[in-house]
Design a protein around this ligand. Structure first.
Ligand SMILES: [Zn+2]
Length: 167
C-alpha cells in the first residue's frame, strides 16, 4: 500500500463506523469513552479530517461499532436529548446509518453506502425519491449518466429527422 505510514491503516472504515453510530444517536463523548480515544480525535474522525488511523485506533472503533451498532443508545444510558441532538446532526450531514454498510466491505475504499439496496443505479435514485431520502453521490451520478444517454439519444433522433430518407 502506498501513502499509508507503517502501523496505520486508511481511516475510511473508522470514519464510516463512527458516523454510522452517530446516526443511531451515540454521542461523540460516549464514543470517546467506549473507544478510549480522545474526544478531539473522535471529532476529527467524525468530520472526516484524517486519512489514516493507527491499527490500535482502528481496532478500538471496530470493536465498539460491533457492540453499539446492535444496541439502541436510549436503552444504554444515553439521554433522549443527547441522542436526538446527535442523530439530528448526523442526519443533516447525510451520514449513512449502519444498515447502509456491509461488515465485509465497510473498510473497502471503493465501497459505497447502500441507502436503497440499489445505490449507483437509476433504480436506486428512484427509491431515494420514493422514500424521501436525499440522493447519494453514486445515485446522482447514475441520474447524470441517464441524462447524458437520453441527451445523446435525442440528438441522434434529431439527426435522423434532419437527414432526408433514402438520401
Ligand atoms: Zn443512492
Amino acid at each position: 500500500m502506498t501513502g499509508v505510514p507503517e502501523g496505520t491503516v486508511p481511516a475510511v472504515g473508522t470514519v464510516r463506523r463512527l458516523q454510522a453510530l452517530a446516526v443511531m444517536g451515540w454521542p461523540a463523548a460516549r464514543l470517546s469513552r467506549e473507544t478510549d480515544l480522545s474526544a478531539h480525535l473522535i471529532h476529527r474522525l467524525l468530520s472526516d479530517a484524517l486519512d489514516t488511523v493507527t491499527v490500535t485506533e482502528h481496532r478500538a472503533v471496530a470493536a465498539v461499532y460491533d457492540r453499539l451498532s446492535a444496541v439502541s443508545p436510549g436503552l444504554d444510558g444515553v439521554s433522549h436529548i443527547a441522542a436526538r441532538a446527535t442523530r439530528d446532526r448526523a442526519t443533516a450531514a447525510n451520514w449513512p446509518p449502519p444498515a447502509a454498510w456491509d461488515d465485509d466491505t465497510i473498510d473497502d475504499l471503493a465501497a459505497i453506502p447502500q441507502w436503497t439496496g440499489h445505490c449507483g443505479t437509476t433504480r436506486g435514485a428512484e427509491i431515494h425519491e420514493r422514500d424521501g431520502l436525499p440522493l447519494c453521490p453514486p445515485c446522482k451520478d447514475a441520474l447524470y449518466r441517464r441524462h447524458l444517454r437520453d441527451g445523446a439519444r435525442a440528438a441522434r433522433r434529431a439527426a435522423r429527422r434532419a437527414t432526408p430518407p433514402c438520401a
